[in-house]
Structures are given as structure tokens and as C-alpha cells.
Ligand binder design. Sequence first.
Ligand code: SF4
Ligand code: SF4
Length: 398
Amino acid sequence: MKYRKMGSLGWNVSALGFGCMRLPSRRLNRLRAHVDASIRLIRYGIDQGINYIDTAYLYHLGDSEKILGQALQDGYRERVRLATKLPMFLTRKTEDFDRYLHKQLKRLQTDHIDIYLFHNLNNGQFEKVKQLRLMEKMKEAKEKGLINHIGFSFHDTFPTLKNIIDFDDWDMVQIQYNYMDIGIQATTEGLTYAHSKGIAVVIMEPLKGGKLANPPSEALDLMKSAKPDRSPVDWALQFLWNRPEVSVVLSGMGSKKMIDENCASADRSGIHSLSKEDENTLVQIADIYRRKILVPCTTCEYCMPCPEGVNIPQNFAIVNNIALDRSLFQRWQMKKAYKKLSGSKDKRDKNNPNGNASACIQCGVCLEKCPQNINIPEELKKVNAIMGKGRKISEYYP
Ligand code: SF4
Ligand code: SF4
């Protein structure tokens, strides 16, 4: 494992961090995490040298923190820096801060959190931080030794990021960044701005919700023709570790194989290790993706559960997969996948969401939750037209 600087914190932090939002799921309820398999996996990651673990109140409907608390027993807690997040979406009054923090400490079975983040700050949630004086609460918790450092995870545009950074002294920021997102969300400008202020930058969505692991054939050909031969995931990770501003790249790893592959990538990583040729290849690959992806869903599942049982990310993945690979085989497979989802109310299972786009009643409950600002009900209408009614993609995505 390679270790890197963590902003101004003086830590040696593993280049690869363990993101606990995509733990192995339970067989009968895929929104929940499987306890034993997840504990084994987290400990395996730590044994491979990972020393930065990220979770949040909301991940896996609360299972993630509880399981992590168990995984970090038997001496594992002392081996890692632990980050978790205040659920901004559920925080309605100032007193909620203490309530959630204490609940999280209990779930995590620890007396302190190394970095406590405001979860998913955007312009609206930042206003809430100011109105409810939540930064004061953060500092109070720090004085009491309940948290060591203060940060925020971010989903909005660069001007908002700059406003937040300039608002107070932050220790870290977690941003969405990958070779396709250099100009959206925080952008490269945001990455360099945070770094210039001495703030540690942790990267989430390095694979854009897994899309960069499965490139369209044109992009794959380009990768294969480049030297050295790298897997699509390795390309995406090396792009990030190449940058001096990046401290940790988080990966939600659901198997030992993924951990092994990502650790091997981290071993090969280094600042400024990519050649100009490599960088040009990545620009071309990103262009291919941009021309193809229809809905910028990262499958984060923040919009879930939908009260009608619609599996929102799965519906978007289906149209995106067709757009990325228009072969007959892919269309057939995606049709099959869409048929497996259900439109009928009595067949829908809210614990194991299986509703297709036609089940969306346009209630808008999910809208506020999407960090990518996707107009979910509108996009689902299009998915229903394409997948359910056989309309052409070009009618809806010219
Ligand atoms: S708008 Fe549709 S997808 Fe969103 S919560 Fe309502 S029913 Fe579910
Ligand atoms: S629609 Fe938005 S919130 Fe839902 S999974 Fe996709 S990116 Fe996440």
C-alpha cells in the first residue's frame, strides 16, 4: 500500500480508502448489508494496509455504521482513521446534531470520530448549516473530544464549494471527482482550490458509480492499444492518484477480489506518474463516454427507498447500458433486466425494490435527495417510454 499526505493533518493515509456504502448485501433485502460478510471484508481491507474508512449515518439504512462498529473491534479501531457524516437531510433543528452524533458513536462503538463530516452539502444544505449554527456544534464536539476534525462531503458546483471553503477552517472535503467529472460538481478548479487552502481532499465516485469499470467498446479498444496494459478500473484510479491534490481515493469494495485489485493499483500509484500520452488517452476515453451516457446516475442509492418500490438506479442503469453498448445482445439483456422489474403494485417489494419506471407516480419525494440533481420522475418517464413502450432512444435523448 502507498501512503499519502492528508492535507495539513500530518497523517500518513492509505492512497486507497474503504467506502462502506456498497458492502455485500443481504440475500432477501439488498438495501441492507450482510453482517458477517461485511465484517470479514472490512477487516481484510485493513489487513491489506487500508487505514482510512468512510461511512455515513444513512448507508445501508444504518447497517453500515453498526457493522463497521463490530468490524473495528479486536484492535482494528486503533489501526484506522474513521470518518462518518451527520445526516443533513434528516437534521431539522440544532439539537439534532448531538442526537445523531451520540447515536453514531454508539453504533460505531467508539469514543471519538477522526473526521466528522456534514453529509452531502449543497447550497441549500449549507444554508441550513448556517441557520442552525451547526459549525458551532462541530467545534463544541471537537472541544469535548468526540470528534477530532471537521469536514464535509459535497455535491454542487464550484462557486458553492468556494463559498463553503471560505466560510470557516475545514480539515477535509470529500468531493466527487473522476476523469469524466473534471468539469462538473466540484471540478478540477475546486480540487486545486481546496488543496491550496491546506484542506485534505478525499475522492468519492472514482468510477462514476461503476460506469468507468465497464467502458464502451471504442474506449476499451483505446485502452488496449495503450502501453502499459491497464484495466479500466486501474486507468480511473491512476488518473486520481496522479494528482498531488488527492489524499485518499474511496472505493466501495464488495469482494476480496476488488480489494486485491485496487490495492495492487494503489501499489503502482504515484503523483505525476502518468505520461502525457496516458493523459491524452484519458481525454479521448472521457469524450467517448460523454457522447454516450444518457442519465448521469452514479447508483449511490441516496434516492432510495422509493415509497412505490421503484428501483430508481436500476432503471437508469438499464438505459445507460443500452446507450453504452448498442449491440443486439446488450439490448436483449437489458430488455430482460427491465422485464424482471415490475410495474404491478402487488408484485412490488419495498424491501427489495423491484419496481420499473412505470410504477413511478411522480410524487417527487426522491427529487431533493439526488446529489447529481437528476430530475428523477422526468427521467423515469423517458425510461418507461423507451423500455416499456418501445419508443426510440433518439426521441428522448437527441
Ligand atoms: S417520484 Fe417516482 S421514483 Fe421518485 S419517490 Fe416518487 S414514485 Fe418513487
Ligand atoms: S438517481 Fe441520483 S440519488 Fe438516485 S442513485 Fe442515481 S445518482 Fe444516486
